[in-house]
Design a protein around this ligand. Structure first.
Ligand code: NDP
Length: 277
């Protein structure tokens, strides 16, 4: 199975399908990630906030793959937006992962209501990028206003903006602002943590295709051009979520799924979320 790659705005390639490890217990992360790597995933999405970076690093080493064959993303925790804190927190991520370089490092949340402006945080990420310790840098949960200000006030355009996207939250505005600026969209909670799996419109398409509802939804993301990394601790589902490349959704079916949008978030609203752990 060949997973397509997306070329980011700095020329770096990222596998369009990856494996997310949010809410995987630190003790289970190595095994779940190793299962994903055995199945063929070559892209893992973790974060300082998930507390399981060490397990990701252990799985990459246990897989026997070259470090360069696996694209690994992590994200800055909300408590570390001040410049020096961000640099130190990044170095600690590398230590926990046991890597000397990260493929992609993101500001996890813009936190528009806190004292530290995300522009300061981004300047720390620019330094990390220039040092070569992160091959790409990006943002997560940035609304169009946040992204525009960041691009206007800093030098490096983020490679990605990782935002919540699924059939009940299609995010057309943020996705189009991302692409206007050459920023790739990464879709988090791509199956809305399971919430979209009973939707009758999608179950109908799945039955016609002879695929599962999760596969149809993930295929919808792939055909829209977004990067996805579904999470599962269940080996059969990790396999299922990787098996997306032997069928295609028609334009009509793509449109039917997109029309399910109801602006429904499973996670916080980035304009109002200012949580610091
Ligand atoms: P997902 O939309 O990937 O859904 C995960 C849930 O769906 C789990 O309960 C899993 O169960 C279940 N599931 C997975 N595959 C299937 C399947 N084929 N059939 C039925 N159920 C299935 O949610 P996440 O919130 O985990 O999002 C994915 C990734 O996105 C995260 O792991 C993280 O990397 C990233 N993310 C980023 C955020 C950010 O702020 N930047 C916020 C949230 C997520 P089980 O594990 O029991 O099999």
């Amino acid at each position: 199975m060949t997973v397509p790659t997306i070329v980011l705005n700095n020329g770096v390639s990222i596998p369009q399908l990856g494996f997310g490890v949010y809410q995987i217990d630190p003790d289970e992360t190595k095994d779940a990630t190793l299962a994903a790597l055995e199945i063929g995933y070559r892209h893992i999405d973790t974060a300082q906030m998930y507390g399981n970076e060490a397990g990701v690093g252990e799985a990459v080493r246990a897989s026997g793959l070259d470090r360069a064959e696996v694209f690994v993303t992590s994200k800055l925790n909300n408590a570390f937006h001040a410049h020096d804190d961000a640099i130190k927190a990044f170095d600690e991520s590398l230590e926990r992962l046991g890597f000397d370089q990260l493929d992609l490092f993101l500001i996890h949340w813009p936190l528009p209501g806190i004292d530290v402006d995300f522009v300061e945080t981004w300047k720390a990420l620019e330094e990390i990028y220039r040092s070569g310790r992160a091959k790409s840098i990006g943002v997560s949960n940035f609304q169009p206003s946040h992204l525009r200000r960041l691009i206007q006030d800093t030098e490096i355009v983020p490679a990605v903006n990782q935002i919540e996207v699924h059939p009940y939250l299609t995010q057309d505005e943020v996705r189009s602002v991302n692409s206007e600026h050459g920023v790739a969209t990464e879709a988090w909670s791509p199956i809305a943590q399971g919430m979209v799996l009973d939707d009758h419109a999608i179950t109908g398409i799945a039955a016609e295709q002879g695929k599962t509802v999760a596969q149809v939804v993930l295929r919808w993301h792939i055909q829209r051009g977004d990067i996805v990394f579904p999470k599962s601790v269940t080996r059969s589902r990790i396999e299922e979520n990787f098996d997306l490349f032997d069928f295609e959704l028609s334009e009509g079916d793509m449109g039917l799924i997109t029309a399910l949008d109801k602006g429904h978030r499973t996670g916080p609203d980035p304009d109002r979320f200012n949580y610091i752990p």
